[in-house]
Design a protein around this ligand. Structure first.
Ligand code: PLP
Length: 390
């Protein structure tokens, strides 16, 4: 059978066997509702709180600051809508600052707020895909209520100077709320909400980008910050997110957070993953003429590379690679049936044609050196064949 090489970990990561093992008991006997007073309920309550503790440790936060959600999209929406909601009817102009390179979970929430009267500034990245702190300084106004800037970009891996941006925001006005979408950073880079990110008030993570199942996530909400909830119902999650908890999913995310912490604490893991990514990138750059890297190579998530191949349509490339057993992703999103060039790459200054010739390769902790060898053998051949057809 053909070996499958999975190089699309930024879309979703495999669920680790240890994570599956931790969650399985909560599907079967003894799995009560955590709000129930009986023993089965109390057992699941204890499991939810253990998971909360594990996530809090990973983020260097307090357990009270952890709100379990259904994933990154909900976390981002809860952050943006939850902060801006009171200003929609306050009778005074409110201003939100975000960037052109956010995931649609932030961008479309910002656009929805814009339709409701919020003024939104979308900061542009430089050619490297990085937001310049000076552009935030220029955009701040006395009406600015919220800033949302992602930590690691999902397409290029570029790490934004979030610690610095949050410091700039707070020194302009301590009342400004700072949110970061850390979906692509959690489990890959250390996240310290008591140190480097002590000025960050809200931080989103998603389970399925860190080896837990899809449909799980967390919004960190700094103590003292009030959020208007997105949904109404029970008092779960300290009234910040109503609804019976997804106990197996939460337990899984807790276990994934423990494993992420162990992985990040071992000095060489992130460096080894980065070295594997670099070997893939450098191998492709030297084997395939007309290839370049999109975005910064100096401060990136260690698993991501985004490459542009002259004269190649990435959609055809993706299909051809899939037939050869390689799963990757390309710099475009399918919207209403039409393929649009990536808004991130276009914001960085690539032409729509260049963006459509770009491929994202994202490794996981499970990617092996042998898989990279195979990818290095297959991808240049596939590209040569596609070019010969033009
Ligand atoms: N934010 C970023 C940066 C992402 O990459 C993603 C998913 O790709 C999301 C948010 C949405 O997360 P979820 O799929 O858990 O809703």
């Amino acid at each position: 059978m053909q070996q499958r090489i999975y190089l699309d970990a930024n879309a979703t990561t495999p669920v680790l066997p240890e994570v599956v093992a931790a969650m399985l008991p909560y599907f079967t006997v003894g799995s009560g509702n955590p709000s129930s007073a009986h023993q089965a309920g109390q057992r699941t309550r204890a499991a939810v709180e253990r998971a909360r503790n594990a996530v809090a440790k990973l983020l260097k936060a307090s357990t009270k600051e952890i709100v379990f959600t259904s994933g990154g999209t909900e976390g981002d929406n809860l952050a943006l809508m939850g902060v801006m909601q009171p200003w929609l009817h306050a009778g005074e102009p409110a201003h939100l600052i975000t960037t052109q390179i956010e995931h649609h979970a932030v961008l479309y929430a910002a656009e929805a707020l814009e339709r409701r009267g919020v003024r939104v500034t979308y900061l542009a990245p430089n050619r490297e895909g990085v937001i310049d702190p000076a552009s935030l300084e220029d955009a701040l106004t006395p009406q600015t209520k919220l800033i949302s800037v992602m930590l690691a970009n999902n397409e290029t891996g570029a790490v934004q100077p979030v610690g610095k941006l949050a410091r700039i925001a707070k020194s302009f006005n301590t009342e400004i709320v700072f949110h970061t979408d850390a979906v692509q950073a959690a489990g890959k880079l250390p996240l310290d909400l008591s140190g480097e990110f002590k000025n960050v008030d809200l931080l989103t993570i998603s389970g399925h980008k860190m080896y837990a199942p899809q449909g799980t996530g967390v919004l960190f909400v700094r103590s003292g910050l009030h959020l208007t909830p997105l949904q109404y119902g029970g008092p779960q999650e300290r009234q910040r997110r109503a609804g019976t908890e997804n106990v197996p999913g939460i337990v899984a995310l807790g276990r994934a957070a423990e494993l992420a912490q162990v992985w990040l604490q071992a000095d060489n893991n992130a460096a080894a993953l980065g070295a594997l990514r670099d070997r893939l990138e450098e191998g492709l750059l030297s084997a395939i003429p007309g290839t370049s890297v999109n975005g910064t190579t100096s401060h990136r998530a260690p698993n991501t590379t985004n490459l542009r191949f002259e004269g190649v349509d990435a959609e055809s490339l993706l299909i051809a690679l899939d037939m050869q057993g390689i799963a990757a992703s390309f710099g475009a999103a399918c919207q209403s049936g039409a393929t649009e060039p990536s808004h991130v790459l276009v914001a960085m200054g690539l032409t729509p044609g260049e963006a459509s010739g770009s491929l994202r390769l994202s490794l996981s902790r499970l990617t092996s050196s042998e898989e990279i060898d195979l990818a290095l053998a297959i991808i240049p051949q596939v590209i040569a064949r596609l070019r010969s057809l033009i």
